[in-house]
Design a protein. Structure first.
Length: 202
């Protein structure tokens, strides 16, 4: 049986966030660093940033958590682990937190920035089969509901294809393999792709 997440105001412990930072933005870019590419992948870190898809450069409130390594909480792929071992400098930084409390903190962050001010979150990931499905699987594994509903997920790759936008050559790629910095880069890429799509329709 899944546990319905409490409202942010009912959480007596945990971080606080400044709603003013998001300026009523409801687009949320998520980026995960993981040890596999399957939906049940073990999560190393969670990064996310609110943004306005229609205004280039406009970013809002940020979230970042490094997750404590625990193989009970996800799948580890040998090839992916070997890749990370070769790139030790890119290994997620910061104090590690257990997965379940981090997921509660993330849900609280989303709820405060959206539902508690009358908005519905729009969840973005770079690819339909990676970040949101992995995070959803983690919530299920911890016996929690995900903090977004059906029909609220968007995919950057589909947008980039429709806009004829090549992120590899046109887009910002600073902070590669750091979940928060990658989320911000992907959010800026969505803003640029939206601008390109609008300009081509005029």
């Amino acid at each position: 049986m899944r546990v319905r997440l409490p409202r942010f105001r009912d959480l007596h412990q945990g971080p606080t966030y400044d709603v003013a930072q998001s300026s009523r933005m409801n687009d949320l870019m998520i980026d995960l660093e993981t040890l596999a590419t399957t939906p049940d992948a073990l999560i190393l870190s969670i990064g996310a940033v609110f943004f306005d898809r229609h205004i280039p450069g406009k970013l809002g409130a940020e979230f970042y958590r490094r997750i404590q390594f625990d193989q009970r909480h996800g799948r580890v792929c040998g090839n992916t682990l070997s890749w990370w071992m070769e790139k030790r400098s890119a290994w997620p930084d910061g104090e590690a937190q257990h997965l379940a409390p981090a997921l509660v903190d993330f849900a609280s962050f989303i709820i405060l920035q959206t539902e508690d001010v009358g908005l519905r979150p729009v969840i973005w990931g770079h690819g339909a089969d990676f970040d949101p499905p992995i995070l959803h699987s983690a919530y299920l594994a911890c016996g929690m509901d995900r903090p977004w509903g059906k029909g609220q997920v968007r995919d950057t790759r589909t947008l980039f294809d429709l806009a004829g936008y090549r992120w590899s050559t046109e887009g910002p790629r600073d902070g590669v393999h750091h979940a928060l910095e990658d989320a911000k880069a992907a959010a800026r890429a969505v803003q640029e792709a939206m601008q390109k799509l609008r300009s081509e329709r005029r």
